[in-house]
Design a protein around this ligand. Structure first.
Ligand code: DLL
Length: 432
């Protein structure tokens, strides 16, 4: 099922020439309208009107989150404020907020991008979509909302939080598709159990989850517990919000909406392209945005491209689920550790629950990583011997996976705080 079949299945040569035409227009526009880019292009003696291939983008400068902060609030807008119909902002966990804007056309494009993703996940105008992302400056709520309306589905704009009410509404309104963060979906499954609600008795069929990293193990867990098909979708405010990329029902990588976003995967240290299929930092250039175009935006998200054609028929390249963020990386005794690696191991071990925290401390000048993980009740109250055996198993598996030793602390089921929005599982006490 496609939303815009002609575009989504565009043969590669046509897609490339469309991208080149749109790229040239975008570069010309920012070179004229945005002083930040104009100055950089002049310094580097770049002439967007002369560009003849997509590869030439490589001589253009990057845009970083710091550039957005330095130009707070409206410095990077490419149209006058009177043409901006919406503003969103991302507070971020560190530093000043960043602001992004949308023209009337941008909102239409954004809605189409999100409608594509809903459609490729199996959602149709017959579906009832419960949007449990926060509505507000965060792009999740409104982004999904406009896309779902554009698709013609029935939208329940419940926003996040008040989980019991979410479940009540899900029952009463016969929700068929749930949209939220994967961690919130798991919290809902817990609360359903508490309320004695059997997920199989609900009308739920689809779950569209995004806005934070999650693992394949977590997908299986959500699928089983909620009795749905969960798909992953990706986006970021600086580039648009949700709608940048999403999985089709093959559930094997996220198609990037390449007619609107040009993708590069680069080695974050050398900033050179990685070999095809290798992991690197995702760098995106918008091709059609009017109010807030970005050139070579460094997302800091790590992924790899999947160049093989997809059985679904879409020609847009796929990327793997996010493998972490380059700035999420913990350096433990000099070894690079990504929280996603730990999550993937925990999901493979029987007896552990999909809830964990990573505590990083420095003791006597040495880094210490403690993984707190919930275990099923039967083990928690079991003999010490069994608990110790489980700790040893986890330790061994993690040491092999990570190349560095970690401490394990088993904690009681439901003892770790749950999240309504994006999960924050790493507590780095070294910075305090
Ligand atoms: O999270 C946009 C969004 C909303 C995407 C709803 C999907 C659904 P920001 O708040 O700006 O925007 O955060 C963007 O979140 O750089 C990634 O690190 C992370 N992220 C978003 N989607 C995924 C995903 C929205 N599917 C940042 N998997 C991005 C992993 C994700 N990480």
């Amino acid at each position: 099922m496609y939303w815009q079949k002609d575009q989504e299945c565009l043969p590669r040569p046509e897609l490339t020439s469309l991208q080149l035409e749109r790229l040239t227009n975008t570069l010309k526009r920012v070179g004229t309208n945005v002083p930040f880019y104009r100055n950089k292009f002049n310094e580097l003696k770049l002439h967007p009107e002369c560009i003849t291939s997509l590869e030439e983008l490589r001589s253009y400068p990057f845009t970083t989150k710091q550039d957005l902060r330095d130009n707070y609030p409206y410095g990077l807008f490419a149209v006058p404020l009177r043409d901006v119909v919406r503003v969103h902002s991302s507070s971020g966990t560190t530093g000043t907020a960043t602001v992004v804007g949308y023209s009337r056309n941008d909102i239409v494009t954004w809605s189409d991008m999100v409608a594509r993703i809903l459609c490729s996940a199996g959602v149709t105008p017959d579906d009832v979509i419960q949007i449990a992302f926060g509505y507000g400056l965060f792009t999740g709520g409104f982004g999904l909302h406009y896309g779902a309306e554009r698709l013609g589905a029935s939208v329940i704009p419940i926003s996040s939080g008040n989980t019991k009410r979410q479940i009540q509404i899900m029952q009463d309104f016969k929700t068929t598709a749930l949209v939220c963060t994967p961690s919130y979906a798991l919290k809902m499954a817990d609360v359903m159990m508490d309320m004695g609600v059997n997920p199989n008795g609900l009308s739920l069929r689809y779950g569209l989850f995004g806005a934070e990293p999650w693992s394949e193990g977590m997908r299986q867990e959500i699928n089983e517990r909620l009795g749905i098909q969960a798909t992953d979708n990706y986006g970021l405010s600086e580039v648009m919000g949700p709608g940048v990329a999403g999985e089709c029902q093959e559930c094997n990588g996220l198609h990037i909406n390449e007619d609107h976003f040009l993708v590069e995967v680069l080695n974050p240290d050398t900033l050179e392209p990685v070999a095809p299929g290798e992991v690197g930092e995702l760098v995106l250039t918008t091709l059609t945005k009017e109010a807030f175009p970005v050139i070579r935006y460094r997302t800091r998200d790590l992924t790899r491209l999947i160049p093989e054609p997809c059985p679904c028929g879409r020609t847009f390249v796929r990327m793997s689920r996010m493998l972490g963020r380059s700035d999420d990386m913990l350096i433990i005794k000099g070894v690079n550790v990504f929280p996603m690696q730990i999550e993937a191991v925990l999901f493979e071990i029987e007896g552990t629950e999909p809830h964990y925290r990573l505590i990083v401390e420095r003791e006597n000048n040495e880094d210490k990583l403690t993984v707190m993980v919930e275990v099923v009740e039967s083990i928690f109250f079991d003999e010490m011997k069994k608990q110790r055996a489980l700790v040893e198993t986890i330790k061994k598996r993690l040491a092999t996976e990570l190349g560095v030793g970690v401490e394990i602390k088993l904690v009681e089921e439901r003892s770790l705080e749950r999240f309504n929005g994006k999960a924050a599982r790493v507590i780095d006490k070294r910075q305090l």
